[in-house]
Design a binder for this molecule. Structure first.
Ligand code: PXG
Length: 440
């Protein structure tokens, strides 16, 4: 054992300014319910569900117990050519949550893997059904689809692409983003303007010819880019265009799934049925890494319809349907149902909306937007220093005992679904105080 003071140097932290963090670390050591606790015991209200994932709150006893019991019962089971009963059972439970006719699920370990899996399924499906020219993929500006090569290629976050710009997968186009600040600022729920942005899909299809396009992928609500809510009618129009041209529509529901919008998935909240849904995060309430890709029966059946018994899809992970993840997932889904957390999310959404919008008029606020239990407050950037104000605000909020997420100069909220009114008020009043005190 070394007695030297612990250094933060060895851990190369993900998506973090390592040098800034290590000078001024924000460490959390324990979590329970709505709260994190710093190593010295300070309470931090978690208004982001960790990283948009701990929908059941932290340390739920029945989820903890299920993971512990599984670790003792069977640590690992190979998913290639073998199976364990709980994986099939949880698959059936989960496909009961998707829109009708999406009764098959492929397990992964993260959102990034779910996205790349979905893209590979889309490409392989087009070949399987005899349309091999359909290889192009269409994403959207400001979309975040994880960090795999597929995900960063269809994604539209410049920072995620610029270090890897020569290594994108070929044949990808992007729809315009839907953040119309000048027309839709301070929208409550779905913004009124911008449905016509979906028509850009027709233009891309005209350019490349639909017979060359495999799939369109969008987040129903863009999360990482700062909670960008789709204009009213936009997703339905995307669906119509994809259907008309026989193109798969993929909803990346890594954030919007599992009660975030008060429903199982955004597909139900917006009444738009995609062909493939990607998920992760809330699947296990963030407790054990797990992702899931749901596909429509026609897609699964296409792979299964050929004669013979060979492997139908050359894809999979050593940890697909890992027993600990499956146990965590099963217990999490039971908590969601037993405690009515999706209904609770829906019930809290209007209170959350009112509280957030009460920040209108506070210093530097230029937009507030929300849907379900996702919300954002956008600030005017400091001249010449985009992102500086956002970074200062989350630091001040953390010091004041509230964890929020930042993207540029936008602060995002996506609290655990167990939250109560007093948590909302506390978070909003803390932010208000931070803004009024100034120097941010
Ligand atoms: N798709 C979406 C829509 C996501 O939000 C991923 C894919 C990738 O998931 P994994 O599990 O591979 O990280 C995500 C992840 C942020 C932030 O700053 C959001 C995510 C990840 C990291 C940071 O808001 N979402």
């Amino acid at each position: 054992m070394s007695d030297k003071k612990q250094s933060l140097e060895s851990f190369w932290m993900p998506f973090t300014g390592n040098r800034a963090f290590k000078k001024n670390p924000r460490l959390v050591a324990r979590a329970n319910g709505m709260y994190y606790y710093t190593p010295d015991g300070r309470e931090i209200l978690d208004m982001v569900a960790g990283l948009w994932c701990c929908n059941a709150g932290h340390g739920h006893p029945s989820i903890v117990a299920a993971i512990q019991a599984q670790a003792a019962e069977m640590d690992y089971a190979p998913p290639f050519g073998f199976g364990h009963p709980a994986a099939f059972e949880v698959a059936e439970t989960l496909t009961g949550l998707t829109p009708a006719g999406m009764d098959h699920v492929f397990f992964t370990n993260s959102g990034s893997e779910s996205v790349d899996t979905a893209l590979k399924i889309a490409l392989a499906y087009q070949k399987e059904r005899g349309q091999p020219s359909r290889t192009r993929l269409i994403g959207r500006e400001r979309g975040y689809h994880g960090v795999g090569f597929g995900g960063i290629s269809v994604g539209g976050i410049p920072h995620n692409r610029k270090q890897f710009s020569n290594s994108m997968i070929p044949g990808v186009d992007h729809l315009p983003h839907t953040h119309l600040l000048d027309r839709n600022a301070y929208s409550r729920g779905l913004p009124e303007h911008g449905v016509e942005l979906a028509d850009a899909l027709e233009a891309i299809l005209t350019l490349h010819d639909p017979s060359n396009v495999a799939a369109v992928i969008v987040e129903p609500i863009a999360g990482s880019a700062g909670v960008l809510i789709p204009p009213r009618g936009y997703l339905k129009r995307l669906r119509e265009i994809c259907t008309r041209h026989d193109i798969l529509l993929i909803f990346d529901e890594v954030i919007t799934g599992f009660g975030r919008l008060g429903s199982n998935f955004a597909a139900q909240a917006f009444d738009v049925v995609p062909d493939i849904i990607t998920s992760a995060k809330g699947l296990t309430s963030g407790t054990v890494p797990m992702g899931a890709v749901f596909v429509r029966d026609e897609i699964y059946n296409e792979f299964m319809s050929k004669p013979g018994s060979a492997i139908e899809l050359f894809h999979g992970y050593t940890y697909s349907a890992h027993p600990l993840a499956v146990a965590a997932c099963k217990a999490t889904q039971k908590v969601y149902v037993d405690e009515g957390l999706f209904e609770r999310s829906a019930a809290m959404a209007p209170i959350f909306e009112d509280a957030l919008h009460s920040l209108k008029g506070e210093p530097n606020v230029i937009d507030i937007r929300n849907y379900g239990l996702m919300g954002a407050v956008e600030f005017a950037p400091v001249k010449g220093q985009p992102g500086a104000r956002g970074a200062a605000i989350i630091q001040k909020c953390f010091e004041a005992g509230v964890m929020v997420r930042v993207t540029g100069d936008t602060i995002a909220f996506s609290p655990p679904l167990i939250l109560e009114e007093n948590h909302i008020q506390h978070a909003v009043e803390t932010l208000r105080t931070v803004l009024r005190v100034g120097d941010v």
